[in-house]
Design a protein around this ligand. Structure first.
Ligand code: FUB
Length: 452
């Protein structure tokens, strides 16, 4: 934890909400999910606290094995990654190819003052990402790149507002063949917009392209400036597109919305953003997710925003090390890079808590260990079931360790934690910041020894 003067403002969610939006401690926008190796990685933008414009400086990565407990991987990509970019870390998408991860993002080119598309590359889905080219991949003043790789290996980059463009990417994913082509925005392809003679169709921005059962889907934000999500389909990756209607109606307090769709563990998921957190709105957005099923004819049903979100896909194992920043709902906390690696939860005050959903204790846990640090006099980690005020199954004292990144492992006995439960780590103590927590792990059975 840094000096208190540098502490960011905390987004304070109300305790009564359920588990959607999926991140509570920062505002997130423009979701781009990617399934890799049994997890869904979620790439988002980041709206600054109190923002009054799309003042966006970095992107964030999150991941989950169950769609409800999300691990914060911090910010492995920012404007600073692109030496030629000056502003506007807007909506992008990451894709995987040949063991590498390519993240396409729109940013403002300092030299031209126009929006351009940059591409960053990494060897892991969580980065670190580096600028692949040292210059824009393509620049025509338009935004919101989306990449689709067809079954034959041909990759396509789509982007645009107010137009819609595509170009064929080469196999290196960082160069392209031919020239960008403008997709005809016909009313047959993209619906009819009334009231704006300059924009006769509904297409606005945020394309998301994928293929399912041989049909190509193009999902997008429609009709500024109380956007809804619409989609079109085509027999091929470049069209001709046919307008298919609404995926998500206009709803909530954000005037933009932004789609991302993946299949994960046998179900389909629709990611979007809204202004549903306290302080939320058009420039302080939050990413949320809903599970859905395609209709039998392949059409997408109308999906509405909820504050419950997707059901949990599986359970969480408390008997392996879990990162403290794996959270279903956080109240009052922040995260930061940990000196030991990864992220830790910090800025914890009396009464703050973390919810971890669907924890499979099975026959029972006997002890709890946590990796903690405290630059003050510490506090207590209460282990509660079902709610922040639910049954206490353990209490772990945390001493002052001499620094917010001076880590030690504390253990405490546990009793009464059986079956599958929502676990709450509730933090108590005096005034001010109490402690940081990096990871935790329960031990099964009756022994009261720490697992490490
Ligand atoms: O987040 C900035 C911009 O708002 C995105 O690029 C658009 O898709 C809209 O969501």
């Amino acid at each position: 934890m840094l000096a208190f003067a540098l502490v960011p403002a905390v987004v304070q969610p109300s305790a009564a909400r359920a588990d959607n939006p999926i991140v509570q401690h920062v505002y997130t926008a423009d979701p781009a999910p990617l399934v890799h190796d049994g997890r869904v990685y979620l790439y988002t933008g980041h709206d600054e606290d109190g923002s009054t414009y799309f003042t966006m400086k970095d992107w964030r990565v999150w991941s989950s094995a169950d769609m409800v407990n999300w691990t914060d991987h911090g910010s492995p990509l920012s404007l600073a990654t692109f030496s030629w970019a000056s502003a506007d870390a807007w909506a992008g998408q990451a894709v995987q190819r040949g063991g590498r991860f390519y993240w396409y993002v729109p940013v403002k080119n300092r030299a031209t003052g126009r929006m351009a598309i940059g591409v960053a590359v990494a060897d892991s889905p969580t980065g670190p990402f580096r600028d692949a080219l040292g210059r824009p991949l393509v620049e025509n003043g338009e935004i919101d790149p989306s990449v689709f790789i067809d079954d034959n290996g041909q990759a396509y980059l789509y982007w645009g507002n107010p137009n819609l463009w595509y170009v064929k990417l080469n196999a290196d994913m960082t160069s392209y063949a031919g020239s960008p082509t403008r997709i005809p925005l016909t009313t047959a392809g993209f619906g009819t917009r009334t009231g704006d003679p300059n924009r006769p169709t509904l297409y606005e921005e945020g394309p998301w392209v994928y293929k399912r059962n041989g049909l190509y889907y193009l999902v997008y934000a429609a009709k500024c400036c109380s956007e809804f999500i619409a989609y079109s389909t085509a027999p091929g990756p470049t069209g001709p597109w046919t307008y298919r209607g609404t995926v998500m109606p206009t709803q909530g307090s954000s005037f933009t919305n932004h789609p991302g769709i993946v299949d994960f563990k046998g179900n389909s998921y629709f990611f979007y953003h809204n202004g549903a957190l306290p302080g939320g709105g058009g420039y302080t957005r939050s990413v949320a997710v809903e599970r859905f099923s395609y209709n039998a004819d392949g059409t997408i049903p109308t999906i509405t925003m909820t504050n419950t979100g997707a059901p949990q896909a599986g359970t969480l194992n408390p008997y392996v090390r879990q990162e403290a920043e794996t959270i279903a709902w956080g109240s009052g906390i922040e995260t930061e890079p940990a000196a030991e690696g990864g992220m830790n939860v910090g800025w914890i005050e009396n009464g703050d808590h973390l919810k971890v959903k669907g924890v499979a204790f099975g026959a029972g846990a006997s002890s709890f260990a946590a990796r903690v640090a405290s630059g003050s006099s510490g506090g207590t980690v209460e282990l509660r079931l079902g709610s922040p005020n639910g049954t206490v199954v353990g209490r772990c004292g945390v001493p002052g360790t001499g620094g917010w990144q001076t880590w030690t492992t504390v253990t405490c006995p546990v009793s009464g934690a059986t079956g599958t439960q929502d676990l709450y780590l509730r933090f108590t103590g005096g005034s001010g910041y109490l402690l940081n927590i990096n990871w935790w792990q329960f031990t099964a059975g009756t022994a009261l020894t720490a697992p490490r």
